[in-house]
Design a protein around this ligand. Structure first.
Ligand SMILES: Nc1ncnc2c1ncn2[C@@H]1O[C@H](COP(=O)(O)OP(=O)(O)O)[C@@H](O)[C@H]1O
Ligand SMILES: [Mg+2]
Length: 267
């Protein structure tokens, strides 16, 4: 189950993270959020980053997105140095960060501002298609405050997917949702990933969620943030979050996650 952190042989790496370190300095303290982190993500791969709070998952995701720059090391996307955010790598956050003054359709249209190459008519068609894809076509005129937490995250997903990024970076997107809503979203995300063949990096602290979704799970440990272990998940898809096969994979990884809290995982 354990592998080396290298992307599958023979397939092009979509994202290459090379020796990335990041330190935050405030008046009170200095935190080594990431220390010499390297990781390859293959085109079309679904990689989950897990680890305890504060181990640098969000920092690593933001660096992959180009929202944060590393102190040392670098990220390559399709062989090109990432120096800032771009429409090929979009981020979806835990809090949907939707605009409350826009309806669902307006929020998805806003994401499509990243596509000035399209006509307004084309953007409207795409927005309608992605709202349909996430099952919200009949809520397109609903305002954000009228939507449940799960619906908001569906709109956020449609907004992130509509500009057709090659890489989708998701930072604990379902952490604030109830279990039933989450289970439905796991099915939807697997379906959308299968159909779109996007490259996805998905941050979570929920091992079961990671096993349900990931081709590989990258376990990080804190203080300083490092990759502790990488697990390949060879289960067939679509995966049912409640299946016994999934549970059996979960237990070993959950034990390794606990180990990172004790600093007991070997490097
Ligand atoms: N903007 C920031 N300024 C100062 N410290 C930060 C900042 N962002 C993150 N950190 C610190 O860096 C470490 C890693 O944070 P983060 O990447 O958010 O971890 P995770 O997403 O795994 O919880 C934590 O100790 C956090 O407090
Ligand atoms: Mg985080």
């Amino acid at each position: 189950m354990r592998d080396t952190g290298e992307a599958a042989a023979g397939l092009a790496p979509k994202l290459v993270v090379e020796g990335v370190s990041k330190r935050y300095t405030s008046s009170r303290a200095t935190v080594q959020a990431l220390d010499n982190v390297s990781l390859n993500v293959t085109e079309g791969e679904f990689v989950c980053l897990i680890g305890p709070s504060g181990c640098g998952k969000s920092t690593l995701l933001d660096i992959m997105a180009g929202l944060t720059l590393p102190d040392s090391g670098r990220v390559l996307a399709d062989g090109k140095l990432v120096q800032g955010p771009g429409r090929q790598r979009l981020v979806m956050f835990q809090e949907s960060a939707l605009f409350p003054w826009l309806d669902a359709f307006g929020n998805v249209m806003f994401g499509l501002k990243l596509r000035p190459d399209l006509t307004n008519r084309e953007r409207r068609d795409i927005a309608n298609r992605f709202l349909q894809l996430v099952g919200l076509e009949s809520f397109k005129r609903a305002h954000v405050h009228e939507l449940s937490g799960g619906m908001k995250q569906r709109v956020a997903l449609a907004r992130a997917l509509a500009p057709d990024p090659q890489v989708l970076l998701m930072d604990e997107p379902f952490a604030a949702l109830d279990a039933l809503t989450r289970d439905q979203l796991y099915d939807d995300v697997q379906r959308i990933w299968r159909d779109s063949r996007k490259t996805i990096v998905f941050v979570t602290h929920n091992v079961r969620e990671a096993v349900c979704l990931g081709d590989r799970i990258v376990l990080m440990s804190p203080s300083p943030g490092r990759i502790a272990q990488v697990f390949a998940i060879p289960l067939p898809r679509p995966r049912d979050i409640n299946s016994p096969a999934l549970a059996s994979h979960t237990s070993g990884i959950a034990a390794a996650l606990k180990g990172t809290l004790r600093g007991a995982v070997s490097e």
